[in-house]
Each structure stands twice: as C-alpha cells, then as structure tokens.
Design a protein around this ligand. Structure first.
Ligand code: AFP
Length: 330
C-alpha cells in the first residue's frame, strides 16, 4: 500500500506556486500541526492526569477557564516561540496580543482560539483549535491595532478538530485540505483533499434553547426549517455539539448551517470575530460555502477590538442565503 502524503510534503508541493515559496507556508503550519499533536495527547490523557475541570480564573471575555484552556494556550504559544515569522499572537485566553518575534522576518500575525468548545472538556465531547494568520503591514514594534484586519485579509486559516479522530483542516486561498493524525506515525496524513461544501444541507446547528430571545427573523427561520414538508426535505435535523469547529466540519462535509445570532442580552452574539468566526469563515468560503453575520459577508467586518463578538451563520451557500432572507424580513 502506497504511503500517504504527510502535511509537510503536501505543504512543500502546494507552496511551489506561491511567490514567497513553500518556506513560509511550512514555517507557519508546522508549529500549528505540532501544537495540534501535543494538545490531542493532552486531551486524550487529561482525565488520567488531573487536567479536567476549571483552572480557577476567567479569560479576557469573562469565560471561566478550564485547565485545558490554559494548557492549550501554553501549547500554542510554545509551538510558535521559535517561529521567527510570527510577530505576535492574539488569543482568546490572553487579554492583549503578545509579542512573539522581533525578527525582520516576522511578517505574520497569528489569531487563535486554542481550545474551542471548553464546555466539552470534562464530558469527552469534541473540541477544536482555531487559527487565522494575517500579514503585518509593516515591521518594527508590534501594536495590537495591527491585528484589527478584515477576515478577507487572512493569508492562512484553519482548525484542528479533536473528535473521534484528530483532523487538521487548512486553507491558504487555494482550496481546503484535511489531514488526519496517524498517531502510530505521529504525522497528519492527507485524508480530505480539496474539501467542497455541498451547496445545501438538511442539518442546522444552533443553541435552540435560546430561541425565545432571538429576533423574529431568526425565529421564523427556525419555524421554516422545522416545518413538516417532505417536498422540500423538511424538517431539517438539529445537530449541536457545543463546539463550533465540530459543527462546521460537519457542514463542510455533509452540508448544512451553523448559526449563533445576537439577542437582547448579547446583541453581537457569543462568538469572537477575530479568532473564531473569521478563520472558519475563510475556510467555509474557500470550500465553496458561505459565512454571514446575518446581514452581510462576515469576512468584510472590520474588527474594532481583539475580543469583539459577531453574530454568525456559516455553512452551505443555500442555507446561509435562506437564513439571510429571513433576517432581512425583520
Ligand atoms: P466555549 O469554548 O466557551 O465552550 O464556547 C464554545 C463556543 O464558542 C462554540 O464553539 C460553541 O458552538 C458555542 O460557544 C456554544 O455556546 P452555547 O453554550 O452558548 O451554546
């Protein structure tokens, strides 16, 4: 049986077409792949190593941190510590962006949610790591404002899904590719070449427990997808894992939509723009899907703060467009 294609070999081959060559691509994704392998091991063993449960502090956006949140953040920071290309990192777990390299080569910025789905850590449910990479517009001393770029400016984005298997999915603007961790070899092996998101799907992912607080347009959308109408394949099925990465991954492979709208208590919803929604929106669009705030293209939103939140609907083009139509009827 022919050996599979490792992530590094794929990046070398893919990088050949890039102006800056394969070097940058490898140098940026190899540390993320290493962080994914280490975090996969930490998650797998956490219950045996006393690493479940709360860490005792809240993060910048007020979420109580789990021990694995803190561990995940440390693993990502350590993995990029030696990467001279990354000038700084903005993380869900850090109040402010941190300087990583002052090298003249440090022409990239990393935005990350090291552990998405924290409520799942103690119940053996899916978790994820989300990453988005921007170019710096300049050299010299790093300022937090450099991270405030539209998601459309990302040069690389992706996620690691810690599920029944561990999968790394990334895009650099030339399609979306998935790699499954072969734990015996310790390599991410190409398993999903050129992922294409189905134009429509019959699954929706949302915290329907909050529907009474949703705006009328979103409630009408929910009524529509849950109506009995065999001719249009309704009702759709609800799948909601508590980890956006896992729900999005299903949308990319099987079709469907994930949405987290705003409500009176949290007008911009719960999810953070820079390091959760924008990277996944980039992946979704590159796979032929769509990502919206409910009112317009999510990748066009200009962040005003690192931990800014945004409403989101992401997944199959037809499902996102239908969601937007119901939102427009508000
Ligand atoms: P946590 O990382 O704090 O668990 O949040 C996960 C998440 O950002 C996203 O991955 C989930 O889809 C969503 O929040 C779950 O939020 P609700 O618990 O409010 O449904």
């Amino acid at each position: 049986m022919a050996a599979g294609k490792t992530l590094n070999r794929h990046l070398i081959e893919e990088g050949g077409w890039r102006q800056d060559g394969a070097g940058d691509l490898l140098a940026l994704l190899e540390p993320m792949a290493l962080a994914g392998k280490i975090l996969a091991r930490e998650i797998d063993q956490a219950a045996l190593a006393g690493k479940l449960g709360l860490a005792g502090d809240a993060n910048a956006t007020g979420d109580m941190q789990k021990k694995l949140d803190v561990i995940g953040n440390e693993i990502v920071m350590d993995a990029f510590a030696g990467c001279s290309l990354v000038a700084g990192i903005a993380s869900e777990e850090l109040d402010e962006a941190v300087v990583m390299s002052t090298s003249e080569d440090a022409r990239y910025l990393l935005c990350t949610d090291p552990l998405d789905g924290s409520s799942n850590t103690d119940v053996n449910a899916p978790l994820g790591t989300i990453f988005g990479i921007f170019r710096r517009g300049r050299t010299g001393e790093l300022s937090g404002g450099e991270f405030l770029q539209k998601g459309s400016e990302q040069v690389c984005a992706g996620y690691v899904l810690y599920g029944t298997s561990t999968v790394l999915v990334y895009t650099v603007g030339a399609g979306v590719h998935g790699f499954t961790l072969d734990r015996g070899v310790g390599e991410f092996m190409l398993s999903h070449h050129d992922i294409r998101c189905p134009e429509k799907g019959s699954v929706y992912s949302a915290n329907v427990g909050r529907h009474k607080a949703w705006k009328p347009g979103v409630r009408r959308y929910l009524d529509h997808v849950t109506e009995q109408d065999k001719s249009t394949g309704r009702p759709h099925s609800l799948r909601y894992t508590g980890a956006l990465v896992a729900d999005l991954h299903r949308c990319l492979l099987d079709g469907g939509v994930y949405f987290y709208p705003g409500d009176p208590g949290s007008p911009n919803g719960k999810l953070r723009l820079l390091y959760e929604c924008a990277p996944l929106a980039c992946v979704a669009e590159q796979a032929g899907g769509a990502a919206s705030t409910g009112r317009g293209r999510l990748l066009e939103v200009m962040p005003e703060a690192i931990h800014q939140r945004t409403p989101i609907a992401v997944g199959s083009v037809d499902n996102v467009a239908l969601y937007e139509r119901f939102m427009a009827e508000e």
